[in-house]
Design a binder for this molecule. Sequence first.
Ligand SMILES: [Zn+2]
Length: 82
Amino acid sequence: MTELLVVALLGLLVLTAVAFPLIAGVSRYRDWTAFEADLQRYRDAVAAGTVCPRCRAANKSGSHFCTECGHELTGSQAGNAE
Ligand SMILES: [Zn+2]
């Protein structure tokens, strides 16, 4: 009987761990304009080549380092020589 309770509790724990980020992710955009603004920010960063290769943060064009993690950005602004 206690085994069943442990299994039920573990199931609930796993379900919460999976569901919480999903709910948090959805509520990140409360309205469409916030989503559009974020999307535009990413489009600009992709065009400028300033999307961080490590954490995928969208940085302003002309940035040489990521504002989120400090990783060096090697986008079109810095030159694509490899
Ligand atoms: Zn980064």
